[in-house]
Design a binder for this molecule. Structure first.
Ligand code: NAD
Length: 291
């Protein structure tokens, strides 16, 4: 059996068009959504992410603002920039690019963001709302994974979802979102006793581990839906290559459907950032969310 390829790139492009349409609609009511990105240091990968976010904003009609700090910025310096952005009426979304240097308390910085502008959904208030099933801003990668999953499978109620990874960015919010969809959810992590046996029971597998091609084809139940969140850079045949956390070539022979890397979850993350920025802008200004 060869799995259906879940095309995140195409679905994300549609979502981005919908966001652009929504932005055009709220602009008629005098609202231009604005996203501020704060980047600390010169990590090349972070710079690539920030540039692609800027470009995506421009395409959607969202204003973007950028603050660059050198890696020796102080916690106080960073917090005072967050306070400035919190008070800026043209900014509806604030994103601090992670990771931050070791001398900065990343959680304190995130919790200093106005929760209404927390488009990454990492603020303790938004994490708490998600945990108790209230509406708030939801982290972009799990939100994108959920939208893609629902687009592919429809109703998720009663499905057994196995999530590998328990980070605050992906694994935990993913578990909350799937619980809200009435899935039976198992969260696995580095201390899980028998990971292949857990994965074998899954109708849906979400892999968010950060280890190249870690999930093997013979762990999967025949016909399972596999959402590969991992982004890993490896050298293969003398060339740089991006691979996921799932052994894609073998897994696609067992899975019913699978996301590729690249072109799966990655594009959904940025599309959801735009969606969250529009949602935040509408909520702040009391305008109906058009999506
Ligand atoms: P993380 O390092 O914070 O968490 C990794 C999780 O994997 C941990 O909870 C850990 O318990 C678990 N884990 C590690 N080794 C394991 C093992 N041997 N068995 C079972 N579980 C194990 O990583 P993260 O931020 O959640 O990111 C995970 C992956 O997703 C990375 O590859 C990252 O690059 C990728 N990612 C992609 C996007 C995107 O836009 N597609 C966004 C965020 C993260």
């Amino acid at each position: 059996m060869t799995a259906v390829l879940i095309d995140g790139k195409a679905f994300a492009a549609t979502l981005r068009e919908q966001v652009a349409g929504g932005v055009a609609q709220v602009q008629k009511q005098g609202l231009t959504p604005g996203l501020a990105v704060v980047l600390v240091g010169e990590d090349p990968a972070s710079q690539v992410y920030v540039n692609s976010k800027k470009k995506a904003c421009a395409e959607a009609g969202i204003a973007s603002f950028e603050t660059l700090f050198s890696s020796d910025v102080t916690q106080v310096g960073l917090l005072s920039e967050i306070a400035r952005l919190n008070a800026d009426d043209t900014v509806h979304g604030i994103l601090v690019q992670l990771p931050l240097p070791g001398h900065i308390d990343a959680q304190a910085v995130i919790n200093a963001i106005d929760p209404a502008k927390d488009v990454d959904g990492f603020h303790i208030l938004n994490a708490g709302k998600l945990a108790v099933g209230q509406d708030g801003l939801v982290p972009c990668t799990p939100l994108g994974t959920l939208l893609l999953l629902k687009h592919h499978l429809g109703n998720l109620a009663g499905k057994h979802a196995v999530i590998i990874g328990r980070s605050n960015i992906v694994g935990k919010p993913m578990a909350q979102l799937l619980l809200k969809e009435s899935c039976t959810v198992t969260v696995c992590h580095s201390k899980t006793a028998d990971l292949p046996a857990e994965v074998k029971r899954a109708d849906i597998v979400v892999a968010a581990i950060g280890q190249p091609e870690f999930v093997k084809a013979d762990w999967l139940k025949q016909g399972a839906t596999v959402m590969d969140v991992g982004i890993n850079r490896i050298m293969r045949d003398g060339a740089n290559k991006l691979v996921g956390d799932v052994d894609f070539a073998a897994a696609k022979e067992v899975a019913g459907a699978i996301t590729p890397v690249p072109g799966g979850i990655g594009p959904m993350t940025i599309a959801c950032l735009l969606r969250n920025t529009l949602q935040a802008a509408c909520a702040i200004r009391g305008v109906a969310f058009p999506l």
